[in-house]
Design a protein around this ligand. Sequence first.
Ligand SMILES: Cc1cc2nc3c(=O)[nH]c(=O)nc-3n(C[C@H](O)[C@H](O)[C@H](O)COP(=O)(O)OP(=O)(O)OC[C@H]3O[C@@H](n4cnc5c(N)ncnc54)[C@H](O)[C@@H]3O)c2cc1C
Length: 480
Amino acid sequence: MNRPSSAPGAPTTDVVVVGAGPTGLTLAVDLVRRGVAVRVLDKRPEGFSVGTRGNGLQPRTLEVFDDLGVIGPILETAGAHPPLLVYVGRVPVFRKHAHRPVAPSPAVPYPSVVIQPQWRTERILRDRLTELGGKVDYGTEVTALTQNAGEVTTVTGSGETIRSRYLVGADGGRSVVRKTLRIGFAGETREDTRLVLGDVEVGGLRRDAWQVWVNPIRKQVRASVWPVPHSACFRFSAPITRDETPDLTLAGFQRLLRERTGRRGLTVTGLAAPSVYRVAIRLADRYRAGRVLIAGDAAHVHSPAGSQGLNTSVQDAYNLGWKLARVLSGAPESLLGTYEAERRPVARRALGLSTELLDGRKIEHDERTSQLDLSYRGGPLAAGARGGDRAPDAACATADGRRIRLFDVFRGPQPTLLCLGAGPVPGGVPAYRIGRDLLDDGGHIRAAYGETGYVLVRPDGHIGIDTSSVAELTGYLAGI
Ligand SMILES: Cc1cc2nc3c(=O)[nH]c(=O)nc-3n(C[C@H](O)[C@H](O)[C@H](O)COP(=O)(O)OP(=O)(O)OC[C@H]3O[C@@H](n4cnc5c(N)ncnc54)[C@H](O)[C@@H]3O)c2cc1C
């Protein structure tokens, strides 16, 4: 790992990441694999379980996890989205499979949402961080931070002072970093939408469906139970009124589960991560102040409907990682400004989508919820007709005939240039001439990217520029 200069007065690390939830861990993995010196600080004790929380991983997030080298353990331990089974009392009244697994296509290798509890996603990302030589400093709360033109100074609860060139607040919805920067967090908290949540071990419940108990007269959900894949647990949730004070003990969960499902014989034998969750829908006014940036729930909080929160958070980190690394290696500071310009509109869209779903508006689970259609078109880094779009995968072969995918070529911290026509191959970026370095025998690359010109794929898997001009391409590369 590169170490920043140890000259007197120099910062002690490149980047401080506050928070080791999905956002902080994704960012840390991305930065460490790029050789950036990172301190990851989290106030919670080591081994603390966050519970199932954000448990739907969308197709676009799976592509990010492929690039970061964790897709194997993620898919091995994930489950398919279960069918919905609705009960009135003990009687099943409705069954629907809204998320049937879809077969992969050449352009979309992970087309289906998968179910993975957040605690396990975090564990897999943490293991990857350790494998790359990084670590999380648990039990380390950030209590204050200041910055000047050259560095950020972070103070922890134990009185340690850390100086860094940048700091990223990935410290969740109640972000101390955001509050310290006095960044507004406009929106609403729905005091009347409160849920008791917890991971329960309970015998006698089926594991092949997401079961929901409803009151058809009041048109209300009474309880919901999700089987957590590859575990003995279920994620239990039950709405409560504004005035109810829930009993968050094991006995309290058993009482609530029995009462809401009408199954008096159910016995809860284990309980983890009990909490009361209030839906908040908020978006930060800014994502950056000087050398400090915010990402994930620190920048936007959503309703859980549509599984957009964790996914949008992971992708914030993925958008920011390569930009921070490039600026630390000498790219123009303006590159960091593109983070907010690209990601804030995405968060605004996710907020709208999850709020529409929460309010009962019917939205098909499609490219919008899967986040495969997310594009930075029209943004500061988009050039050419498809600049900003997600770069599709394609089945292809190496020059010696080995079957691979384009995502194998994109994988890693570098940008990738696809040269589709017969023009010269510019230097300075890993480049592949289609038909020579990559064989497109199935025609999938040309179907996705066209027949001529150049397509530069950014390190985060979005098209930077597509152009037929070498001069335009060179100018673009200089900017990033
Ligand atoms: C109870 C609950 C249920 C949820 N259910 C769903 C769901 O069903 N579907 C969905 O998509 N999303 C859900 N979410 C949202 C989802 O969990 C978040 O979108 C996701 O966790 C965001 O990740 P993050 O890393 O940005 O923040 P977090 O996961 O909140 O991580 C922030 C981290 O920062 C640390 N931290 C905070 N302050 C400090 C400090 N001062 N110093 C050091 N460390 C600090 C915390 O300990 C924590 O580990 C739920 C959230 C909650 C709270």
